[in-house]
Design a protein around this ligand. Structure first.
Ligand code: PHE
Ligand code: ZN
Length: 890
């Protein structure tokens, strides 16, 4: 293999040629498909001298049939073809010319799931980031924005439905049992937003009237059998359309909006203009088959893709380094939407947990990159939680700094300036700054510096002067290629609690002796946002009548690791009284993290494990506090994950953390057994399933209590869980009971797993949950069971959802994936090689599980390194896997 080439942000050049219109014709066939493309090309610099630059088109796995410029067939000597490009060395010197290209492709053989491929007998495209080049020769880059028409021809019986972007302008029959449809998209777009679908599909139809009176027809396409499972997605879509009008003043801009459900899809979903394509797991739901968590995810992702219509499609990215421009912003928007649909603080807790468990490790490992990366080998590898989730936190910081109204002013200016353009993160920054005359020193560093900043806070109360000082110091850790960092702008939302647990009024704060405005309307504030801009900085609050307990980083106002001089007593106080619900949860988490780390050290030294009474007491008061939201309680009594804690150790010891976490859960379960049983009892309901906050909360609390009880290995609890399993009327309760029953090896476990499969074998999405549950099991030696499941008739390595459930699920098990004998790593190494031949994107996602091998002890290191080396030495490795494996070893 030639060494793959790295691409750099600093090398960005404007294209020499723009494409204005693109007319495509697809002739879909059983052996191959013919794609004819007709493009009007403009020179960027008109009259570009006598020797215009050559026109380089991207193309991969294409068979070139013919190429014409201004109607004239090009001869072999007029162009150059290699495995990746078609180069026309002397294009016409006219300002404008036409280009006609015919290619032949074989979608039936395409297992990479990018470009045009087949899924369940239907034709589907997927183009982001660089899949369009697998369809035809093109300048496959997002700053080429053109108006498209698309004519689709295919067998009428096999492919009765023919869809593409925009409006249907013509359709009719052709000879030989074929038919055609012509679609026209009036909005110009980059090619990554192009889409085509052809097949046997039926639609759920609905409509939405926009606030300016446009009647939009909404369609969700799937198999006839799955149509009943699209109701929740349709409701979510309408809610999202309304929300974007209410919150951002953004309306839909066409008369038709299609969503197509696909069983084989690499990612979650795709925002193609007016033709969103969705992984089935993110659309299909019924009370019997999908859990509350899945209902919530569907609602969020339907909204996410819809929101892209403005943040991504109308205003797109100049180049792929700017991906967070659309993804960070759109994730932020979907997070806000979900907050408004349910509980804001619970949503915040979920998002922050996700960031800690997924993005923090990435930011501390060999693949660490800024939210706007400086370079990549394969763009597919940069659809990361850093770009998406940390990117969303960066957008949230603008809002924290500017307030809701200021943020909205910035958004309005961004659309006013850039509608129809392909832009950069600086453009977004400039719109926010200019709309608010804001002082944003150091905020741009968030786009260029990788690594999670740490921030330490120390406090001092002066009882004579009645001042309270907070001293901040920040540090951004070194990451690959970035040894030294600049201080960042870190907005810290702060409140101060008095001895009754009430927020103190904040009137004035001095920064380096200079008065800062706390509130603009003359009223005292109860939370204020301190802007930390230097490595070390002090803020002094005046008129503070007693020593307060500070509530720092309220709502998690910046994605940093916070340490402080708060004592356990302070933390228990915050847990009980903080008016910021997020920080109440956080206080409990800090206490749990400390406890788990110290118990892990005890475990390593073979000391007996013990839990102090304060901790149990704190838990009991949360669990039994009737004034609290039930979903919040469920979050508050959930311990940090094994991954989150191992991440904090000098040498990761998953066995120790797993043992400690199990110990704490079991101890709490036995101490609080009566309370947990009562919680299960009181939160049962046989009412029909409704997905709304009060029902979701009730189920969440009941099922969390059940998960504690299940650790007890006690026959009374097994009976209880079996009964829950048998009487459940929805998947949330049924699956929670199943999960409770499979914790420990037993005959009941085997029976109930078999029973569940028997019930659901006709529904592949439920079967995936069944795979996932077994894959992640901590039962010793589970790798053998997972190997067996690979051969299960319902498993298929070509389907990404199944791979994610079984292989991805297994990599999530601290005990078995990280087994000290290396059996888990070896299993993964084998799968990666098999998968890479079929689907490089899927394979590289799996190989990432090995990338943090240096965090572990020498034995594990040696096993993991051997697998990475084995992978890297394999012939014909994809660029995707090469990039992850080589950077992991570097
Ligand atoms: N752009 C998609 C999103 O909404 C994700 C995606 C990326 C899908 C690449 C497929 C391929 O986040
Ligand atoms: Zn997105």
């Amino acid at each position: 293999m030639e060494t793959p080439k790295e691409i750099f942000l600093k090398d960005y050049k404007k294209p020499d040629y723009y494409f204005h219109t693109v007319d495509l014709t697809f002739s879909l066939g059983e052996e191959h498909t013919i794609v004819s493309s007709s493009i009007t090309v403009y020179q960027r610099i008109e009259g570009n001298s006598s020797a215009p630059p050559s026109l380089v088109l991207d193309g991969v796995d294409l068979k070139l049939v013919s190429i014409k410029v201004d109607g004239k067939q090009l001869q072999k000597e007029d162009y150059h073809l290699d495995a990746r490009h078609l180069t026309i060395s002397s294009p016409p010197s006219t300002a404008r010319f036409s280009l006609e290209i015919v290619t032949e492709i074989q979608p039936q053989k395409n297992t990479s799931l990018e470009g045009l491929y087949k899924s369940s007998g239907n034709f589907v495209t997927h183009c982001e980031a660089e899949g369009f080049r697998k369809i035809t020769y093109y300048q496959d880059r997002p700053d080429i924005m053109a108006k498209y028409t698309c004519r689709v021809e295919g067998d009428k019986a096999l492919y009765p439905v023919l869809l593409s972007n925009g409006n249907l302008v013509e359709e009719g029959n052709l000879e030989g049992g074929k038919h055609y449809a012509v679609w026209e998209d009036p909005h110009k777009k980059p090619c990554y937003l192009f889409a085509l679908v052809a097949g046997q599909l039926q639609s759920r139809d609905d409509s939405f009237v926009t606030r300016s009176g446009r009647n939009v027809s909404l369609k969700i396409w799937t198999t006839a059998q799955d149509l009943p499972k699209t109701a929740h997605a349709m409701n979510s879509l309408k809610a999202a359309m309304k929300w974007d009008e209410d919150v951002f003043g953004l309306e839909y801009d066409l008369d038709l909006f299609n969503i197509v459900v696909v069983a084989d899809f690499n990612m979650g979903a795709m925002e193609n203009k007016s033709l969103n394509i969705f992984n089935s797991v993110l659309v299909l739901a019924s009370p019997e088959t999908a859990s509350d968590a899945e209902y919530a995810r569907i609602q969020g992702v339907i909204a996410h893709e819809y929101f892209h219509n403005w943040t991504g499609n109308r205003v797109t990215c100049r180049d792929w380094f700017q991906l967070t421009l659309k993804e960070g912003l759109t994730v932020f928007r979907d997070q806000e939407f979900s907050s408004d649909m349910g509980s804001r603080s619970v949503k915040r807790i979920e998002d922050v947990s996700f960031l800690r468990n997924n993005q923090f490790p990435e930011d501390a490992g060999p693949m660490a990159h800024p939210v706007r990366p400086h370079s990549y080998i394969k763009m597919d590898n940069f659809y990361t939680s850093t770009v998406y989730r940390k990117g969303a936190q960066v957008v949230r910081m603008y809002k924290t700094l500017l307030g809701s109204e200021g943020f909205r002013r910035g958004m309005d200016l961004y659309f006013k300036r850039h509608d129809g353009q392909a832009v950069t993160c600086e453009d977004f920054y400039a719109a926010m700054r200019d709309a608010n005359d804001a002082d944003f020193a150091n905020l741009l560093h968030w786009y260029s510096q990788a690594g999670t900043p740490t921030m330490n806070v120390t406090s001092f109360y002066n009882s004579e002067a009645k001042t309270y000082s907070l001293k901040f110091s920040q540090q951004v850790p070194p990451t690959p290629g970035q040894a030294v960092k600049e201080p960042m702008l870190i907005p810290v939302a702060v409140g101060l609690l008095d001895s009754n647990g009430k927020d103190m009024p904040l009137t004035s704060v001095y920064r380096d002796g200079m008065l800062q405005v706390v509130s603009t309307d003359g009223q005292p504030a109860y939370t204020t946002v301190l802007k930390i801009t230097k490595k070390e900085e002090e803020f002094d609050f005046s008129e503070i009548s007693e020593r307060p307990v500070p509530s720092l980083l309220r709502g998690y106002s910046a994605p940093v690791r916070l340490t402080s001089d708060l004592t356990d007593t302070d933390l228990f106080f915050l847990l009980a009284y903080d008016s910021d619900e997020f920080n109440r949860w956080e206080a409990g988490q800090v206490l749990s993290r400390k406890l788990m780390l110290s118990l892990a050290a005890d475990f390593q030294q073979n000391k007996p494990l013990a839990l102090n009474a304060d901790f149990v007491h704190g838990f009991r008061s949360m669990l039994t506090d009737g004034s609290l939201d039930k979903e919040f309680i469920a979050k508050a009594i959930n311990l940090p994950g094994v991954g989150e804690i191992t991440e904090m150790m000098d040498i990761a010891d998953p066995d120790a953390v797993h043992a400690v976490r199990s110990f704490i859960m079991k101890h709490l379960a036995s101490e609080l057994k009566a309370e947990f049983l009562k919680t299960v009892e009181n939160n049962r309901s046989s009412d029909p399933y409704i997905f709304n906050h009060s029902n979701v909360s009730r189920r969440a609390l009941k099922n969390t209590a059940l998960s504690y009880l299940a650790t007890l290995e006690d026959s009374q609890i097994t009976e209880l869980a079996l009964n829950e399993y048998k009487t459940a009327t929805n998947m949330t309760d049924q699956f929670a009971a199943l999960t409770a029953l499979v914790q420990h090896p037993s005959k009941t476990r085997d029976d109930v797993l078999a029973d569940f499969y028997g019930k659901w074998e006709h529904d592949y999405l439920v079967v995936n949950k069944w795979f996932g549950l077994q894959a992640i099991s901590d039962i010793p030696g589970n790798v053998e069971n997972v190997r067996k499941l690979l051969k299960h008739p319902a498993f298929d390595l070509r389907n990404p959802n199944k791979v994610r459930s079984l292989v991805g699920g297994f990599c999530g098990s601290p005990v078995n994936f990280h087994a000290k004998d290396g059996s888990g790593y070896k299993f993964l190494g084998e799968i990666v090689l098999q998968l890479d031949k079929l689907n490089p994107q899927g394979a590289s996602r799996m190989v990432s599980a090995l990338s943090r091998w240096r965090r572990y002890d020498e034995t594990r290191q040696a096993h993991a390194k051997a697998q990475l080396e084995m992978i890297l030495s394999t012939n014909g490795l994809s660029e995707n896997v090469f990039e992850i494996a080589s950077k992991s070893l570097a």
